[in-house]
Every structure is written in structure tokens, then in C-alpha cells.
Design a protein around this ligand. Structure first.
Ligand SMILES: Nc1nc2c(ncn2[C@@H]2O[C@H](COP(=O)(O)OP(=O)(O)OP(=O)(O)O)[C@@H](O)[C@H]2O)c(=O)[nH]1
Ligand SMILES: [Mg+2]
Length: 424
């Protein structure tokens, strides 16, 4: 009972609303994306509706006449799912159910949550998705109450019993939320330990819009076998792999969950531990699908999500993928607009060397050289320096060791601090 309905093998109508500043073309493009989401969830889109509205109706989101027309058409065509591109209030969903209770009406957020639920494989992803879903459901429990009430004998007949039921439901949901939050704390701790172990390595994260080709790129670069599919949110977990940029430079590179326009807040919050790798990395490769008509909007979305998870100020390189799908003129146009981006095709292995060069440049610029002195009695500490950074020069005196070292700035700083501690 406390579950969002599963979507599969359904016929769906999509609804987009044209408001104020939005152009009808953009709304159509948003519906293209919604269609892909619907398909990924397992339903088939059989019709689309758009309506220009000046004011969102609190009753049906769209106008009443339009709502009735859509529901009638749905009945005629055996459509059992109506998907709105915008977020609906519990009241709006309930009003649609009153028009026809056999037709499910959901919003974009519920659709995304459904896909995440279907794609979650690991304990971490499953916990995060369930948490996000419960948080989405909590304020919407009234809707389920109507269901319960109806099962118990018709609207309004047992308000008292209904009230108790919804209180019980809310408590159950809240209890489950706190249990999952505790579980996530444990998972985050595990991640932190793993993350500390990787600290001395230069870390690169692939981030970007869903379906941009992040996993394809990780697989091509490292020989990993992350699941790739022409669907949204194929990846929900973080994979970290070692990558040799050349014989001397080894880095860690990670791939993770993709972003999307209007990503539900509860999902971003719940996926904090999965996205931690990106937050902790030294360099972000922001992968975009260069062939997408919504390129600018997608870039904007990704930047917004990145800011919200706390990566502001981190070095970021835009990687424009899928250039094999562009005409030479289109490619030239994009290069003019994004002069600092690296243009590649992960799938066709095009210009990957340029990307490796760019990573190397970033790695080298993050390097620092320092001279440190350790007391010769600190054998363990000295050995750890050799493990963590490159030692350029060494000078062993009877009671002291002088080292000239080179490596990742943050590691060098740690070693300098350590050697100073030793002096004290
Ligand atoms: N034409 C073309 N298609 C590509 C290229 N790179 C990836 N693709 C395709 O784009 C689709 C998505 O690729 P993924 O690697 O799964 O994308 P992702 O960014 O990991 O997506 P999510 O995990 O869903 O966020 C797949 O069908 C890939 O085969 C490319 O360079 N050119
Ligand atoms: Mg992926």
C-alpha cells in the first residue's frame, strides 16, 4: 500500500504546458525527453497534448475542459497512464482520479523515481531510491488515504477511521525514513574509508546529463564493463577505475549517476553518498551529448546540480561527446561556442588522445614540488613518503633525511606538515 505504482506495459499520454516565457518548440523538446523517460520506465507513448495556459489551475493543472477531453480520449484509446512534465499537487492527482479512477496520473518526478527504482541494483542505490520515494510520498499520503477509504466503503463514510489510517501511514513512512537515513550514514562511513585510501591519487570524475555517454567513455578509457544503454539512468552507482594517462601518470577515474532537468530534490539529497566521489575529485569531466538540441539547457542543468552538491570552484572541463553525429559545419559552430571544450566520440574512439592530454595537463598543474627534512628515526614516515609521491632527490645524513618531492598539492601539503610535526 505504501508503494508508488509500478509502470510497465502501459499506454501513455504525455502532457506539456506552455507558460509565459517558454516557446512551444522547447515544450515539444521537453516532451521528447519525457517520452524517452516514459519508454525507459516501460510504457508506450500513444499521444501528446500541449496547452498554453496563463495561470496553472489548482484543480487540474491544465484547464478543466482540456482535462476532461484528455481523459475521454484516453478511455477511447485504452490509455491507462497520463504523464505530466510538471510537478502535480496531491489535489490535482486526486481530481483526475475522480474523472476516471482507472487512469493513473503521475508527474515527471514520480516517473523518474519509478525508473530509479527499476534500475537500482546495489544496496546503496536501493536504499537511496527508497528514501527519495518515501520523501516524495509523505506529503502525498492523502491520495492513498482516498484509496483506503474507498476500499472501506465510499468517500466520506468513515472519515474518522480514515484519519487514523493516514496517521498510521504517515508514522510508518516516517519510521522507515529514519531507519533508511541511519543505514545511509553507515554506507557513507564505508565510502569515506574507501575514499581516504584513495586520497593520494589524482581523482577525475565523469559527470553529466543522463545518456551523454559517461559510461561508454569510462569503458573505452579503462576497459571497465559498466552497463551502457540508450536509455535514461542506465547507471545509478559509482564505479572507480585506475587509468594510466601515460607510463608515468596514473589517475583514478569514476563514473556515476547522470542528471536530468528537474531532477527531484529528494533524489539529489538521497544520492549524496554516490555523488561524493565527484565532490572529492580533483577534476570534473562534464560530459555532454554534442548532438542534442537541448545542449545548452543540459549544460545549465548539470552545472546547477553540481553547485547544489558542492563542487563549486572545482576545475571542470566540458567534454562534448558524440561528435560522430555532427556535420562538419555543426562541429565548427560548437567549437566556436565552446573554445575550451574537448570534442570526442567515445563510441568511435575519436580524439581520445586530446582528452588524455587535457587530463595530463590538469594533473601536472596540480602538482607541486617541496623540500622536506625528516629525522632519520622516522623510518615508517619516510617510507610512506616514497609510496605517496615522487622523490626527485634524496640526501641521507647521519641523523636526518632531506628529500625533494613532487606530487599532488594536497598530499605534498600533508607531508610538509608531517615533517614539521616531527621537528617540534
Ligand atoms: N553516436 C554515438 N553514440 C554514443 C557515443 N557515446 C555513447 N553513445 C551512446 O549513447 C548512449 C548512452 O551511453 P551511456 O554511456 O550509457 O551514457 P551515460 O552518460 O552513462 O548514461 P546514464 O548512465 O544513463 O546516465 C548509448 O546508446 C551509447 O552507445 C558516441 O560517441 N557516439
Ligand atoms: Mg552510465
Amino acid at each position: 500500500m505504501l508503494d508508488i505504482e509500478k509502470i510497465s506495459n502501459e499506454k501513455a499520454f504525455l502532457i506539456g504546458v506552455v507558460t509565459g516565457g517558454l516557446s512551444p518548440e522547447v515544450v515539444e523538446e521537453h516532451l521528447d525527453e519525457l517520452e524517452l523517460l516514459t519508454e525507459t520506465a516501460g510504457a508506450e507513448t500513444v499521444g501528446r497534448f500541449t496547452q498554453r495556459v496563463n495561470r496553472i489551475s489548482p484543480k487540474y493543472f491544465i484547464g478543466k475542459g482540456k482535462a476532461e477531453q484528455i481523459v475521454n480520449q484516453a478511455k477511447m484509446l485504452d490509455v491507462n497512464l497520463i504523464v505530466f512534465d510538471d510537478e502535480l499537487s496531491p489535489t490535482q492527482v486526486r481530481n483526475f482520479l475522480r474523472l476516471d479512477e482507472s487512469i493513473k496520473v503521475i508527474d515527471r518526478t514520480a516517473l523518474i523515481l519509478d525508473i530509479f527504482t527499476q534500475h537500482a541494483r546495489t544496496r546503496e542505490a536501493k536504499t537511496q531510491v527508497e528514501l527519495a520515494r518515501l520523501e516524495y510520498m509523505l506529503p502525498r499520503l492523502t491520495r492513498m488515504w482516498t484509496h483506503l477509504e474507498r476500499q472501506m466503503g465510499g468517500i466520506g463514510t468513515r472519515a474518522g477511521a480514515g484519519e487514523t489510517q493516514i496517521e498510521i501511514d504517515r508514522r510508518l513512512v516516517r519510521d522507515r525514513i529514519s531507519k533508511l537515513q541511519k543505514e545511509m550514514k553507515g554506507i557513507e562511513k564505508e565510502r569515506e574509508t574507501q575514499s581516504r585510501r584513495r586520497e593520494q591519487k589524482f581523482r577525475i570524475s565523469l559527470v553529466g546529463y543522463t545518456n551523454a555517454g559517461k559510461s561508454t567513455l569510462l569503458n573505452v578509457l579503462t576497459g571497465a564493463d559498466v552497463y551502457i544503454k540508450d536509455q535514461l539512468f542506465a547507471t545509478l552507482d559509482t564505479t572507480v577505475r585506475s587509468l594510466a594517462l601515460d607510463r608515468k601518470h596514473k589517475v583514478l577515474i569514476s563514473d556515476s549517476v547522470g542528471f536530468i532537468r528537474k531532477l527531484p530534490h529528494s533524489l539529489v539529497a538521497s544520492f549524496r553518498s554516490t555523488l561524493k566521489e565527484a565532490v572529492d575529485s580533483d577534476l570534473l569531466l562534464l560530459v555532454v551529448d554534442a548532438s542534442s538540441r537541448l545542449l545548452d539547457e543540459q549544460l545549465e542543468t548539470v552545472k546547477e546540480v553540481l553547485t547544489s552538491i558542492g563542487t563549486r570552484g572545482k576545475e571542470t572541463v566540458v567534454v562534448a561527446n558524440k561528435i560522430d553525429l555532427l556535420t562538419p559545419a555543426e562541429l565548427r559552430g560548437l567549437k566556436d561556442r565552446f573554445p575550451h571544450a574537448v570534442f570526442i566520440s567515445a563510441q568511435n574512439h575519436l580524439r581520445l588522445d586530446a582528452l588524455l592530454e587535457r587530463m595530463k595537463k590538469s594533473l601536472e598543474s596540480s602538482y607541486q614540488t617541496a623540500e622536506v627534512t625528516f629525522s632519520a628515526s622516522l623510518g615508517k614516515e619516510i617510507a610512506s613518503v616514497y609510496e605517496r609521491v615522487e622523490v626527485l632527490e634524496q640526501d641521507y645524513q647521519s641523523d636526518e633525511v632531506h628529500l625533494k618531492i613532487r606530487g599532488n598539492s594536497s598530499v605534498i601539503e600533508q607531508i610538509v606538515a608531517q615533517s614539521e610535526d616531527g621537528e617540534a
